[in-house]
Design a protein around this ligand. Structure first.
Ligand SMILES: [Fe+2]
Ligand SMILES: [Fe+2]
Length: 245
């Protein structure tokens, strides 16, 4: 049975309610992060996909009682920041040098027969450089500030004034950088024809495509936690602190 709420909620609301639904949207290349405000019907129409297939897959996930759902929405902002850094940032930092090497290697070996591999390596270089800078900004500026305002609230201390004005300013920048990273990965997905392997693909070719797919999946989950859960919590927290001081 397909729950009627799936047809009225936005993609990001569906993922916020149940994190496991992200895999379904990833399967159909439907964006639940940066452009996640659309309903399934609207998003499918844009991509020329049949909504019934997406709804059936989602219903399977929703009805799968054995799948536990991590209640990220209930987590405190400081715990969320630590979780993101320890899991998603650590993964990105670890996999970037590996993917640099692999995307360049397959471009060098197979680029003559598959020229799209040269573009894929270039797009990966762009997204990797951007994400390294991006994570530094979150770890050194935004997340410590979010943790500070949360600690001030917990200890009934006065509101903290950020050097960058409102927390909404760096959040806007982070969201626009997320969008850029998502666009780069979407370009890689399109260039690779949804990571389809040619008959002459060697093992490194196969591994690289698997790694790129995992990288994209992790990016979507990472961005979802920030855009749809952590950032709204931080904005609400700052507003609450200002209004009570
Ligand atoms: Fe992040
Ligand atoms: Fe981010």
């Amino acid at each position: 049975m397909i729950p009627s709420s799936l047809q009225t909620k936005s993609l990001k609301e569906i993922v916020t309610d149940n994190f496991h639904t992200a895999a379904v949207f990833e399967k159909y290349s439907l964006d639940f992060c940066c452009r996640g405000g659309k309903t399934i019907d609207e998003a499918c129409k844009d991509k020329g996909i049949e909504p019934a297939s997406v709804l059936n897959d989602l219903a399977f996930i929703e009805n799968a009682a054995e799948l536990s759902n991590v209640p990220f929405t209930e987590w405190e902002p400081d715990i969320l920041c630590d979780y993101i850094v320890q899991n998603h940032h650590a993964y990105v930092a670890k996999i970037i040098p590996v993917l640099y090497m692999h995307t360049r290697k397959i471009a060098a070996v197979h680029g003559a027969n598959h020229p799209e591999l040269l573009s894929i390596a270039e797009h990966f270089e762009v997204v990797a450089l951007e994400l390294q800078q991006h994570m530094k900004k979150e770890e050194q500026m935004l997340f410590p500030f979010i943790k500070k305002i949360y600690a001030a609230k917990k200890h009934n201390e006065p509101a903290i004034h950020a050097p960058f004005g409102s927390v909404q300013n760096p959040i806007l920048l982070m969201e626009s950088e997320h969008e850029n990273a998502g666009d780069e990965m979407y370009a890689i997905r399109s260039l690779s024809n949804n990571y389809s392997l040619p008959v002459d693909a060697c093992t490194t070719y196969r591994v690289t495509f698997q790694e790129l797919q995992e990288f994209e999946l992790d990016l979507h989950r990472h961005v979802h936690l920030e855009n749809n859960i952590l950032f709204p919590k931080a904005i609400a927290l700052e507003q609450e602190m200002i209004s009570t001081n």
